[in-house]
Design a protein around this ligand. Structure first.
Ligand SMILES: [Zn+2]
Length: 89
């Protein structure tokens, strides 16, 4: 804060990466689990990469499709590729 940068959470803000046509949805609980376990989201195939992906990672390799398109879970949410849904019924 206060260093002249306004890199806050802002809808539609893209962190230099791709944006998926449809955001992946998960509950807040799942989101925190993915953060804690350093999981990431592949923007190409929509698969979760498990482990070794910092929340602010960008361009990591997807083990499912082989693309360098895995985004850290926090980045994915800020870029609009991940949407938190309520798990209430
Ligand atoms: Zn993939």
């Amino acid at each position: 804060m206060g260093r002249g940068s306004s890199r806050g959470i802002d809808h539609g803000y893209v962190l230099g990466g791709d944006v998926m046509a449809t955001a992946v949805t998960m509950t807040e609980e799942q989101y925190h689990e993915h953060c804690n376990e350093y999981n990431g989201l592949c923007l190409k195939c929509g698969e979760i990469r498990f482990g070794m992906t910092e929340p602010d990672a960008e361009g990591y390799e997807c083990l499912d499709c082989g693309e360098m398109a895995v985004q850290g879970i926090e980045n994915a949410m800020m870029a609009g590729n991940l949407e938190i849904v309520s798990d209430d019924d």
